[in-house]
Ligand binder design. Structure first.
Ligand SMILES: Nc1ncnc2c1ncn2[C@@H]1O[C@H](COP(=O)(O)OP(=O)(O)OP(=O)(O)O)[C@@H](O)[C@H]1O
Ligand SMILES: [Mg+2]
Length: 226
C-alpha cells in the first residue's frame, strides 16, 4: 500500500497572550492510500488541530509531515496551496458554507482557484455531478441558508470532492445530524473509499469510527493507541 501521509513527532503549540496550549504532541502516524482512518477522542484533545496539520491548513511547531514521501516543509507556498486544493478535500467542522450562495455556487469555489490555471474543464458538469453524487439533485440553486442541516452537510461534502481529491479529510461530518442522515453521509463517505479515496474522519461517535479500517484515539494531544 502506498503511503500518502506520514507524520513523525508532530507537535502543535498555540500561543495566545500568556496562554500556551500544547494541542498536538508526539504524533507519529502513517496513512496508506485507500485507508479509512478514524480519529477519536474527547472534546479539546486536538483532533481538529491534527487534521488541520495533515491538510496543510496550519504548520507544525515541530516534527515532520511527509505527503507522498515529500517533506511538506519543503513545499513552496504555491505548492502548499495546490496540495490543499487538489490532493485534499476538506469537510471542515462547521461546514463553512457561504450562506447567500446557492449549493451550486458553494461547490464551485474550489474550482475557481483551480480554473486560474485553466485546468477545470466542464466546470458546470463537475459541479452538477458532485451535487448529484451527494443526493442534492433538484436543490442545486437553493441558497445554503435555506437548506436543512443534512443538506448543508452534503453541500460541504460535494465541495470537498468536486476537485477529485485523493484524500478526504472530514471533521465531524455527521456531528449535527440525526442518525438516519448520519448513516447516509457515512454511506457516501465509504462509497468514496470504495472508489479508491483515502478518508481521515474525525468523529465522537464510536459506531462510526468502528466502520473505518483503523482508529487513532487521542487524549490530551497524543495518540493513545493506533
Ligand atoms: N487557533 C487556536 N488558538 C489557540 N488555541 C487553540 C486554537 N485552536 C485550538 N486551540 C486549543 O487547542 C486544543 C485542541 O483543540 P482542537 O480544536 O484541536 O480540539 P478537538 O479535539 O477538535 O475538539 P472538539 O471535539 O471540541 O472539536 C484546545 O484546548 C483548544 O482550545
Ligand atoms: Mg474539533
Amino acid at each position: 500500500m502506498q503511503v500518502v501521509l506520514e507524520a513523525s513527532g508532530l507537535e502543535k503549540v498555540y500561543l495566545s497572550g500568556d496562554n500556551k496550549t500544547h494541542a498536538v504532541r508526539e504524533m507519529s502516524l502513517s496513512i496508506g492510500s485507500g485507508e479509512s482512518v478514524a480519529i477519536t477522542g474527547p472534546s479539546g484533545c486536538g483532533k481538529t488541530t491534527l487534521i488541520n496539520l495533515l491538510g496543510l491548513v496550519i504548520r507544525p511547531t515541530q516534527g515532520q509531515l511527509l505527503i507522498d514521501s515529500v517533506d511538506s516543509a519543503t513545499l513552496t507556498p504555491k505548492q502548499r496551496a495546490r496540495h490543499r486544493n487538489q490532493v485534499f478535500g476538506y469537510v471542515v467542522q462547521d461546514f463553512a458554507l457561504i450562506e447567500d450562495l446557492t449549493a451550486y455556487h458553494n461547490v464551485e469555489i474550489p474550482l475557481l482557484y483551480r480554473q486560474k490555471r485553466g485546468r477545470a474543464k466542464d466546470k458546470k458538469g463537475l459541479i452538477l455531478a458532485a451535487l448529484d453524487q451527494v443526493g442534492l439533485k433538484g436543490k442545486e440553486f437553493v441558497k445554503a441558508k435555506n437548506l436543512s442541516g443534512g443538506e448543508r452537510q452534503r453541500v460541504a461534502i460535494a465541495r470537498a470532492i468536486v476537485n477529485s481529491p485523493r484524500v478526504i479529510l472530514a471533521d465531524e461530518p455527521t456531528g449535527s445530524l440525526d442518525s438516519k442522515s448520519a448513516k447516509e453521509i457515512m454511506g457516501l463517505l465509504h462509497s468514496l473509499v470504495h472508489a479508491g479515496k483515502t478518508l481521515v474522519l474525525v468523529t465522537h461517535d464510536q459506531a462510526l469510527a468502528d466502520q473505518c479500517s483503523r482508529q487513532i484515539r487521542m487524549a490530551d494531544g497524543m495518540a493513545v493507541n493506533s
